[in-house]
Ligand binder design. Structure first.
Ligand SMILES: [Zn+2]
Length: 503
């Protein structure tokens, strides 16, 4: 996702100057939110550039024309959209293989209930939230569901959306109607539909009030035709407003992987859609391309009664509270009241997000070229071949440590951390450790081991232990742990020999 870092750079560095102007331009342009979300693949891309908007519009048109022939209903959908399993890429970053036959057998317990919550925007429609009915430990999978609607690309075209919706049974349609609709001002499509309904409604009312004795045959036919058109328009509006508010982009972790575009798609998961937004969410959702289901894990301990939240930020993660507020309102009609948006921690979050963004921008091109150490072939004495560029590795280490620290300050608990821990413990730290004396080198490798163990914990907590990547990382932890243990043993034997010899 090389375009991500480019887009991000322009946006954040110009944030103060560009924000109000760009925001106005965007509002005037009034593109559909689906168009904007077309390029969303994960943290790291901002959305304020006019040129980006235009490029994206072209992309959307292209993908729309490809997708127009396939409309799929629940159950069979994902199989048809995502024929190709996700393949590991070439970079040094960890990839999640989605081969996980176990997943279908993982129990998902009823840990929560739906409740109506007040709408801070003051809309008439009630909003729903999901609240824990018991204490939930971090790492618990709370939702595992197939989509009700899914398409091979981002689609909001009613000619594709509505046939798929009408193919659902009554219960499934009710699940969608239960979701909170987005405001009609958010997308041009909804605005046009609302205008069409408003335009024809007065004539319909006029005809319906005409006394039966005086109404003509032509007027009766006009009335029936208008009734049909308005009925269809209202149904289309209701469904589209829910789709626009709640559809998900289907791209597996790591979400800003260039390969993600190959399995791009969009889907509506009605259970997950009831999770309300927080910029510091306590759940993580992950679409498994192998099982074609979305899983939601709780990523920090949650107490009974606490609301479960998910993030809608996607490419806005690194923006400050004011910018996030603008886009959350514009795209989702959401006013966020999380700790990163309100209260005394806003400044701390803003600073950390900007710092993390800048470090990430520097780190992205570097870590893509880092060679892994190759743990299995690596000598048991924790030494590497001579490397004349030790200073360079130390600079990379400082950068990654800063990035991870800033991410933690933002409240990030998800696999984004693994994205940066992985190059740290597979490439950078082993290189810097080799410049140390024996005893210090073992300490450094113990730190490497801790980073590897931390990575496994994050993957298991956010994605489940049944994903192949969790097993791969756990295998790596064992290899590193064994090597550290052997090195310690050798040090102990050496120390005892010296003591015996009185050295
Ligand atoms: Zn927030």
């Amino acid at each position: 996702m090389s375009d991500v870092s480019i887009g991000s750079g322009r946006a954040v560095e110009n944030e103060a100057a560009d924000h109000s102007e760009s925001s106005t331009k965007l509002a005037e342009k009034k593109k559909s939110r689906a168009d904007r979300r077309r390029v969303v693949k994960g943290k790291g891309k901002e959305v304020m550039q006019q040129q980006d908007e235009e490029d994206e519009a072209d992309d959307v048109q292209d993908s729309a024309s490809v997708a127009s022939s396939s409309t799929l209903s629940a159950g069979t959908v994902a199989t048809q959209i995502l024929d190709e399993p996700y393949q590991p890429g070439k970079s040094s970053q960890p990839r999640v293989s989605t081969t996980s036959p176990v997943m279908d057998t993982v129990p998902v317990l009823p840990h929560y209930e739906h409740r109506q919550v007040p709408d801070p925007v003051g809309n008439a429609f009630p909003r729903h939230g999901i609240f824990a009915t018991q204490d939930i430990a971090a790492g618990t999978r709370i939702i595992y569901e197939a989509p009700l609607l899914a398409f091979p690309s981002l689609r909001s075209d009613p000619t594709v959306l509505m046939p798929a919706f009408r193919a659902l049974n009554d219960h499934e349609q009710d699940m969608i109607y239960k979701l909170h609709p987005i405001q009609y001002t958010v997308t041009q499509n909804l605005t046009d539909m609302a205008a069409m309904i408003r335009q024809h409604l007065p004539r319909f009312c006029e005809l319906s009030n005409t006394p039966a004795a005086t109404i003509t045959q032509a007027a009766k036919e006009e009335f029936d035709q208008l009734a049909l058109e308005l009925s269809e328009a209202c149904e289309t509006y209701r469904v589209t407003a829910r789709w626009e508010a709640h559809h998900q982009v289907l791209s597996p972790f790591p979400s800003d992987d260039p390969l993600a575009a190959e399995i791009d798609g969009s889907a509506l998961f009605p259970g997950t859609a009831l999770l309300r937004h927080s910029c510091v969410p306590n759940t993580h959702k992950y679409f498994n391309n192998a099982t074609r289901k979305l899983s939601v894990h709780v990523i920090q301990d949650v107490a009974a009664g606490q609301e479960l939240t998910s993030s809608h930020l996607e490419d806005n993660f690194f923006n400050d509270a004011a910018t996030r507020k603008f886009y959350l309102q514009q795209d989702f009609s959401i006013i966020c009241e999380c700790t990163a948006c309100t209260g005394s921690f806003v400044g701390m979050h803003d600073t950390a997000r900007l710092h993390a963004y800048r470090c990430r921008k520097q780190a992205l091109p570097i870590v893509d070229t880092l060679p892994n150490v190759g743990f299995s072939a690596y000598g048991a004495d924790l030494r590497l071949d001579e490397d004349s560029q030790l200073d360079r590795w130390k600079v990379n280490e400082a950068l990654l440590v800063q990035l991870l620290g800033a991410l933690r300050t933002t409240g990030c608990l998800d696999p984004e951390l693994v994205r940066w821990l992985y190059p740290l413990f597979t490439s950078v730290l082993p290189r810097t450790a080799q410049g140390l004396a024996d005893a210090e080198r073992i300490c450094a490798w113990k730190e490497i081991l801790l980073h590897a163990q931390r990575s496994v914990e994050i993957v298991v907590r956010c994605l489940g232990r049944d994903l192949e990547v969790a097993g791969s990382l756990a295998g790596l932890v064992k290899v590193i742990g064994d090597k550290v243990e052997r090195a310690e043993e050798r040090m102990r034997v050496l120390r005892e020999s010296r003591e015996r010899l009185g050295l």
